[in-house]
Design a protein around this ligand. Structure first.
Ligand SMILES: Nc1ncnc2c1ncn2[C@@H]1O[C@H](COP(=O)(O)OP(=O)(O)OP(=O)(O)O)[C@@H](O)[C@H]1O
Length: 232
């Protein structure tokens, strides 16, 4: 499990900073939920943590080492599924292992285990277009986790799902973290989702952290209202 650290981090898209001088520490095994108004830089921060967006100032560390590019240790899950349409469910899940040059025979067990864990073993030979949106997100989750990454970065992964499927996916995420702990940064628009999944909730706004809240075992309405007021 990875420790992720931002030190005086500034991010931009070639113009004025989207994020300016941000300090953040995500402890090994922690799930940090990040909420913030649209356009405040949540996705940009996540892509920077993934090593896909360079810092304009300051820097990011993974276990104390500078993040200079993507790594199999830090995987991303998006809202849009990003699955390869011509590969079966099984071959999509297998992809990170194939890219990492894991020998074919050594791929079988983790792929099977993750397909079972996300309930997709019976659909292993289907193509992504033959699945529902929720099923595709489960494939994406399995693909992000099959290589046992030490950190997973999730960008509104359940944002496009209906309420029922979203609840099921949230429970699945809680379950898989119990089975295989990993550090996680989870971007969401939904404060209830942040409070359900997060060990802490960070509120981002105006290019900086407005607040970081510890989430108690049973968060009450006062914390929810406080976060909503900080988002306003
Ligand atoms: N490729 C890009 N080129 C230029 N500007 C960009 C690019 N991507 C994002 N931005 C700008 O950077 C800012 C932050 O965008 P980002 O997508 O990180 O916000 P966000 O908080 O994730 O938003 P949302 O909640 O709507 O997904 C926005 O003002 C956006 O317009």
């Amino acid at each position: 499990m990875l420790r992720l650290t931002a030190r005086d981090l500034t991010l931009d898209h070639g113009g004025p900073p989207v994020i300016g001088g941000l300090d953040l520490d995500v402890a090994p095994g922690e799930l940090l939920a990040v909420v913030g108004p649209s356009g405040c830089g949540k996705s940009t921060l996540l892509r920077a943590l993934a090593g896909l967006h360079p810092a304009a100032g300051g820097g990011l560390l993974a276990d104390g080492r500078p993040v200079t590019g993507p790594s199999a240790d830090r995987t991303l899950v998006f809202q849009d599924d990003g699955l390869l349409p011509w590969r079966s469910v099984r071959r999509n899940v297998e992809l990170p292992l194939a890219i990492g040059r894991t020998p074919r025979r050594a791929r079988e067990l983790p792929v099977r285990r993750w397909l079972e864990r996300v309930g997709l073993a019976p659909h292993a030979d289907r193509l992504p277009r033959e699945l529902s949106g929720g099923q595709r997100q489960r494939v994406q989750l399995a693909r992000a986790l099959v290589g046992a990454p030490r950190a997973v970065l999730l960008d509104e992964p359940f944002g496009a799902l209906d309420a029922h499927t979203r609840t099921a996916m949230q429970q699945l995420l809680l379950e898989v973290r119990r089975a295989q702990p990993f550090t996680a940064v989870f971007v969401t628009h939904d404060v209830d989702e942040a409070l359900l999944l997060g060990d802490r909730v960070a509120v981002l706004g105006g290019g900086a952290l407005t607040a970081v809240h510890e989430v108690p075992a049973t968060p009450g309405p006062a914390l929810r209202d406080l976060i909503l007021s900080q988002l306003a």
